[in-house]
Structures are given as C-alpha cells and as structure tokens.
Design a protein. Sequence first.
Length: 140
Amino acid sequence: METIELSADCDAPSVLLRVLSSDGKEIIRYRPEKKREALLPELATEPPPPAGISTIEELYLTGLHLEQYRHATRFPEVYWEEGLRRDVDDVRCNNAMGVLCLRRGKFQDAEQYFRRAIARLTRLNPNPYDGEHSIILGAR
C-alpha cells in the first residue's frame, strides 16, 4: 500500500487514481467528479378540491397522482367520483375506481365499475384497443 500526500490547493477532479497490475496493465481507474450545483425540485403543492378542477381528465390525473404519492388530506377516489358524477361512463375513472375497489376487497363494486368501462369501450367497437378492464375483470 502506498500513501501519497496531495497539496492543500489540489483540485480533486484533477486527480487520477490508477491501480496497475504487476505487469503494468491498468486494473481500475478513478477520477472524482466536479461537484455541481443541484437545483432543488419545486415544493409539492396540495391539489385543489375536485369541484375546483374543470375537466374530467384533470380529475382523473389528479386522482392518479394522489394514489401514487399519497397525501395527508386528499384521497384519489373523491376526484374519480367527481369525474363519474360529471360523466358516469368515463372509462378512465371507472377503471381507476374498479382497481381501487379491487384492492380494498370490494369485488362487487369493482365489477360494476369495470363493466361500465367495458360497456362504453365496446359501444362502437367490439374489440377496443385497450382491454385492461376486461383482463382485470376476466370478461370476454
């Protein structure tokens, strides 16, 4: 083992450490990276209440965000329920509520949400592009 003293004014990224085998072949090399200023992310904000959101899409997306990141005072289902109040057949909100009910063991409720989503999806096309609802429900 060999110890090498560096001067106090030595810039770490200018140092290169190499470990060589007995025949001079490089085994490993290391050079410290220059420290960079990291930008802090924006602070999390509380989403507006469901009534303060104008579109069903934003209600759905807000619910997804809350489900993924959890929030102390907001719950995803109230956003999806508001979306369904505005359009009872909305596929995204029905699917989200179905999955939520499934996770909570409310299987009959989950089935109703999935069946409503499937009914809308298959109204014009018996083979919709997205079959997630049918797969989860196990329906044809």
